[in-house]
Design a protein around this ligand. Structure first.
Ligand SMILES: [Zn+2]
Ligand SMILES: [Zn+2]
Length: 419
């Protein structure tokens, strides 16, 4: 029996361009195909993919829509890939949006709009999670909600009597999105999300601290302006602040993100969250949609993308304004706040697993081998140092291949159970 192989084309030992090739005896599939968002030379921006790889791939499976997992898909099509791109309905919708805004905002793009149009997305139904599905006579796969975005999933693949698990970007503690525990008997290799290294904090506590600080600022008459991405953390924060009974406002991007969540109740965590977003989509919404920061009344909190805040930044000065961010921070906005002496407070919230979440997942799956991706080598080393000994941990960088069954060289095996 052939050993399955996973090649890390990107996202190993780095944060960005996640892309993994999975080879089994009868074929090859790819999991994710993203770009490095930060400013790097072209050859570090896209996955280490050659034309002959692109042509031998039978299918691409996408865990979620974020740029670092999807935006190299048109380039894959440019290299000659013509097969299906499997993802959930939410992920497909969001990915198409990311692809079109990437084209508008990037100067050098190694593909054409025709390459984008050629991508053949195939929807994975929301209701078939945690069920082994047949890809062909040799490969089966399953997926389940991963708690990272509406539509995000983990994947498991089974072929040649071996099972490989891909956690995707995940959050077991999201108060917004639900996580579905993988029902898998045996895992030979787990490719996990190590984005936060050994950072350890409780998401509900982090969220509670942020919401309490917003409440204190608002009750002292400040105009709270929270800089947020249009989807994700923003909705989790809004739901937490609503519990503090603060009048809430949001710009059109954040409001649209809320309305889309209301359309995906199956992805939401808990009945309270479902009710909150259902009410947002109706008249008398607990969140008022506004165009600009000055529409936010003193003693209230408004949620805006950095673009909206920067477009109206001259109107922010000389008032009782307090800026908040839960990351990713916008450098221009942060500098502006500093120069204009506007109070600026940064909070940490998780959208990737902290130490205890990875410990729980590995203790449950008990993979023979584990590779942490999505983080710098230093972060990954620190995380591995605190993981349970029930798995063998392997350090990988871009271009490395791990044979699921073969003995590893001394170089790769870091710690964990003896072979
Ligand atoms: Zn992500
Ligand atoms: Zn990611």
């Amino acid at each position: 029996m052939m050993s399955m192989k996973v090649t890390f084309l990107g996202g190993a030992g780095e944060y960005g361009r996640s892309s993994f090739l999975l080879e089994y005896s009868q074929g090859t599939v790819m999991v994710d195909c993203g770009v490095m968002k930060k400013d790097v030379p072209m050859k570090e921006k896209y996955p280490l993919l050659r034309q002959r790889d692109a042509r031998k791939i039978d299918a691409v499976f996408v865990t979620h829509s974020h740029e670092d997992h999807t935006l190299a898909l048109p380039w894959l099509s440019r290299l000659g890939y013509r097969g299906p791109v499997f993802a959930t309905g939410q992920t497909i919708k969001q990915t198409k949006r990311y692809i079109s805004s990437w084209r508008k905002n990037q100067r050098n793009i190694p593909y054409s709009p025709a390459d984008e149009r050629r991508l053949a997305f195939v929807k994975l139904p929301d209701y078939r999670t945690n069920e082994w599905l047949r890809f062909n006579d040799h490969l089966t796969f399953k997926y389940g909600r991963s708690g990272h975005t509406a539509g995000s999933v983990w994947f498991a693949f089974h072929a040649d009597s071996q099972t490989v698990f891909f956690s995707g970007d995940c959050s077991l503690e999201s108060t917004l999105l639900s996580y579905e525990w993988p029902k898998i008997q045996q895992v030979d290799l787990a490719v996990m999300d190590g984005a936060y290294g050994d950072f350890d904090a409780d998401q509900a506590e982090l969220l509670g601290e942020a919401a309490a600080a917003v409440a204190v600022a608002a009750s002292s008459g400040e105009q709270v302006l929270f800089q947020v991405p249009s989807v994700g953390k923003s909705q989790e924060l809004l739901a937490a602040c609503a519990k503090q009974h603060i009048p809430l406002y949001a710009d059109s991007g954040v409001s649209k993100g809320c309305e889309e969540l209301a359309e995906s109740p199956d992805w939401l965590n808990g009945e309270d969250t479902r009710t909150f977003f259902r009410r947002i989509a109706r008249p008398g919404s607990p969140v008022t949609k506004v165009q600009k920061p000055s529409d936010v009344q003193p003693g209230s909190a408004g949620f805006f993308t950095a673009e909206t805040l920067l477009a109206h930044k001259e109107r922010l000065t000389g008032k009782n304004v307090h800026l908040f961010s839960a990351g990713p921070e916008d450098e221009e906005l942060k500098n502006f706040a500093c120069q204009a002496s506007i109070p600026y407070t940064k909070f940490k919230l998780k959208v990737h697993p902290g130490l205890r979440e990875n410990q729980r997942l590995v203790s449950m799956l008990r993979p023979v081998r584990t590779v942490f991706t999505h983080g710098t080598p230093e972060n990954v080393q620190r995380l591995i140092g605190k993981m349970p000994g029930c798995s063998e941990y392997v350090a990988c960088s871009c271009g490395d291949t791990v044979d699921v069954k073969a003995d590893l060289g001394e170089k790769q095996a870091l710690r964990g159970k003896s072979k």
